[in-house]
Each structure stands twice: as structure tokens, then as C-alpha cells.
Design a protein around this ligand. Structure first.
Ligand code: SIN
Length: 328
């Protein structure tokens, strides 16, 4: 792995495209995998709007949604090669570059999205933005999507009912361990394949946020959604150190400001969509939403929480404790 990353870093030095064509504007390519009507899709479009308004003629932003340019499994390598400049992969997709961000995958660590927000804004959370700097990647900020629900072809009220079922997961060893803890079979697959895998019954279920389940129509091919809120899908807005440091100072300042505003906008969309898209799914009658009793929820916590211990060394005990404190 170290050789692979070193190779990419070297190639990036040799191949990185100049950021501005002679006399033309700087082009920022922003690639993501979700639909435009999601928190991330809307934040990306807001970023484009703000940058092109404030830096007209100097900077142009091209947004590529729906994995049109890269899936999350390729985008970071492409960024190190200078082929894309900004992306916002889910925090679950960085483990090739840092083990620290795995903290966001620990099941039942955060009691809600506000606790996640408090941790991200804390000194420990902010420090994580620079955790991949030596590998050539820099976090510009966090963006919310929301808490995860568990969808399946069967009603899942208790963890034992998931035994033997196949679940698609993001490329995270913590998420693999989480499903192994309930004796289910996790399969790491790109987001762009989830609908087809569910539709063809190649898998039995998946975990995602209300806005992703709605915008990608997973609810049309999953009979049940357990409202488990067992984890979070949030994003790291990421760029390459090289691209970022090559930007002229005044432009970099304006781009960061536009990104901060786009994130604030996207976070508001995320809060609204967590409620609105759940309602749309409920009203559709296509999926049955299962609300857990306190006792049922405790059974999921008991089954999944041992995963924390397994990853304590990689993530850091102190960091886990700091995150847990954000629950207030
Ligand atoms: C995303 O929200 O960017 C994708 C999450 C996933 O891969 O499930």
C-alpha cells in the first residue's frame, strides 16, 4: 500500500495539470456520487454558484454528480493525479489514507447529528482535517448527510434476524466488523451499484441515510427500513495539498469562504431532508418503516458496540472518548 501511494504521489508531481490555462480561468472540477437533490448535491451546486459569482472570469467550477466522473473508489487517486480538484466522499471511504477517520463509522457512537457536529467543530475534530496531509490530501471541512437506517428485504427488529443476510457496505473495515458482529455478510460495493444489487436480489439489504434511500430509490426495492440511527454518513470535503497550495492566496481565501458557506447551506438541507425524505418514503407505501422499542434498540447496541474495542488501537482511545463526550 505504501508503495502504491508513493507511486501516486510521484505521478502527481510529474503529471499534475497546471491549474490555469494561459489567460483562461482556473477550472475546479468537483466530483461526487450522489444525486443533485441531496445535501451534498445541493452544497456542490451552491459552491459553484458562489465561486462563479464572486470570482467571475477568474475561476470556473465544473460539478460532476452521480459518479459521472469518478466513483468514490477512484476519486482520491484521480485527485492526487490532478484530474479532479474537489470531492466529498463519505468519511467511511478514507481508510487507505488514514485510520483515524474510521471513528465516524463506530456504531452507536454519536447520539444524533448534532453530536457529530459538535465533535467535528471541536479541536480534535478539526485536527482530523489535516490527518492525510502527508499523503497529499487536505480536508477543507465536513458536510452532513445524516444518520443511517438499515433497509432489508425482511423485517429486522432484532439483530438476530439479520443473521446470514448479505448487506452492501461502503469500503470500511469498521462497517464490515459491524455486520459481522450480527452474523450478517458485508459486501464492499460502490454506491453506484447499490440499486441494481438490491433490485436483482444479489444482496438483501444496505445501510444509508433517508436522503440517499429516497434519491436513489432504494425504498422501491426494499420492503423494510429499520429506523435504527445506528451510525452516520457525513462527508469530508477534500482537495489535494498541491492544488490548494498552488492557488493564488486571494483566490484560495475566496474559494474557502465559498466552501464554508456552501457547507452551511448543505447542512441545513441535510437536516430538512432527514425529515422530508423519510416522510416521502412513508407516504409512498413502498417500504414499511419499523420503529424500534427501547428494548429492541438496546439489543442492536449490545450486539454492535463491541466493534469499538476492535478498532480502539487504530483510531485511538482518547479520540473515541473525546467523540463520545460530544453527546453532552
Ligand atoms: C454518499 O452519500 O456519498 C454515498 C454513501 C454510500 O456510499 O453509501
Amino acid at each position: 500500500m505504501r508503495h502504491f501511494l508513493a507511486g501516486i504521489a510521484l505521478a502527481a508531481l510529474v503529471l499534475a495539470a497546471p491549474i490555469a490555462q494561459a489567460g483562461g480561468p482556473i477550472v475546479i472540477k468537483f466530483s461526487h456520487v450522489v444525486a443533485e437533490n441531496t445535501p451534498k448535491g445541493q452544497a456542490a451546486n451552491k459552491f459553484k454558484e458562489l465561486v462563479e459569482q464572486r470570482l467571475a472570469g477568474k475561476v470556473k467550477v465544473e460539478v460532476f454528480p452521480n459518479s459521472q466522473l469518478y466513483g468514490d473508489n477512484k476519486v482520491l487517486e484521480a485527485m492526487l493525479l490532478g484530474d479532479v480538484h474537489i470531492a466529498a466522499p463519505s468519511l467511511s471511504k478514507f481508510s487507505k489514507f488514514t485510520k483515524k477517520l474510521q471513528i465516524f463509522d463506530l456504531p452507536f457512537l454519536f447520539k444524533d447529528i448534532h453530536a457529530v457536529d459538535r465533535f467535528q467543530k471541536s479541536p480534535d475534530g478539526k485536527k482530523l482535517l489535516a490527518s492525510m496531509k502527508k499523503k497529499g490530501l487536505l480536508g477543507l471541512g465536513y458536510l452532513h448527510n445524516g444518520t443511517k437506517q438499515l433497509s432489508a428485504s425482511r423485517p429486522l427488529r432484532l439483530p438476530a434476524e439479520a443473521k446470514g443476510l448479505k448487506f452492501r457496505i461502503q469500503s470500511s473495515d469498521v462497517l464490515a466488523a459491524q455486520f459481522e458482529a450480527i452474523h450478517a455478510l458485508p459486501l464492499k460495493k460502490p454506491f453506484s451499484e447499490v440499486f441494481t444489487l438490491l433490485q436483482t436480489k444479489a444482496i438483501d439489504g444496505q445501510e444509508n441515510t433517508w436522503s440517499n434511500i429516497y434519491s436513489k430509490k432504494f425504498f422501491e426495492v426494499q420492503e423494510y427500513i429499520t429506523e435504527s440511527n445506528h451510525g452516520v454518513i457525513d462527508y469530508l470535503i477534500i482537495t489535494s495539498v498541491e492544488f490548494w497550495t498552488e492557488l493564488p492566496d486571494d483566490i484560495r481565501g475566496e474559494v474557502q469562504k465559498a466552501m464554508d458557506e456552501a457547507v452551511a447551506f448543505g447542512n441545513k438541507v441535510a437536516l430538512d431532508k432527514a425529515v422530508a425524505d423519510r416522510k416521502k418514503i412513508l407516504d409512498s407505501g413502498r417500504s414499511k418503516i419499523l420503529e424500534l422499542t427501547a428494548q429492541e434498540r438496546d439489543a442492536w447496541v449490545k450486539a454492535m458496540k463491541p466493534v469499538w474495542k476492535k478498532f480502539e488501537k487504530q483510531i485511538g482511545k482518547d479520540l473515541i472518548e473525546a467523540a463520545a463526550k460530544s453527546n453532552g
